[in-house]
Every structure is written in C-alpha cells, then in structure tokens.
Design a protein around this ligand. Sequence first.
Ligand code: CMP
Length: 134
Amino acid sequence: MEEERLRQIPVFARLSKKQRKLVAQTADEIDIRPGTQLCREGESAYEFFAILEGTAKVVRGDQYLNDLGPGEFFGEMGLLSKSPRNASVIAQTPMTAVVMTGPAFRHIAREMPEVAKRLRSAIEERRHWLEPVG
Ligand code: CMP
C-alpha cells in the first residue's frame, strides 16, 4: 500500500518516512462492507487492522464496548498476547482499512518502539473495560 496513507493513522504517523515505507510494504489497504465481522470474540487472532475510513463497533457478549473510527486500530490484543479475540468488531459503515498479518504486525511492534508504546497504552486502557465488574 501507499506509505503516504499511513500518515492518517496516529500509531504510524510519527515514524520516519523510511519506517513507514517498511510498514507499507507489509500492509494492504482493503475495502469492507457494512456488517462484516472483522474480529470474532473467542476465535484465534490472525490480523491487525487500522481504520482509514468508516466506523466499526466493538462488542463483548451482549455488551457494547466502543465505536472505532478513522485513525483508530484494533486486533492488537489477540496478536500481542497470542490469546483469543477479546471482543467482536463489526463494520458499521463501508470501511477502508489497513490490514496486516500477525507475523508482520509483531515484527513491527518489536522493531519500532514508538509503535509498541502506543499499542501498550491502548491495550492497558482497553483491558480496563474488559475486566469483569465487582
Ligand atoms: P483483539 O482482542 O485481538 O480482538 C478484539 C479487539 O477489539 C481487541 O483486540 C481490541 O483491539 C478491540 N477492543 C477491545 N476492547 C476495546 C475497547 N474497550 N475499546 C476499543 N477497542 C477495543
């Protein structure tokens, strides 16, 4: 995909152009129809997604957790902890997203501390909402 497009996504925006080119080489830009289930709670994790356009809804069981829009990402939790998907993520509108395979994503998270830091803080915040109440 185009390196320039990754500048729209904060997790990659602060990288050098050279680093963004490396990310772009391992990523694809895809169009997604509304209603598509991109992550399925309880299933194995194979991809990481970042949103260029459109919105997705995050649900766990029958609980609504969040909406995700342009610039935001998802799918990092299952890939980095090698655990099943913590929630389901469903496209709410037509979407354009950046998608990366697990090995490519883990490689980037290992090699680019700036990216790893942003991923860690998102995971910390999202974990908080996944903890059972009481
Ligand atoms: P993963 O567990 O791989 O698959 C489901 C994804 O939903 C998860 O990674 C996060 O990226 C995302 N997610 C989980 N909880 C939240 C939340 N509270 N807000 C936003 N995104 C979330």
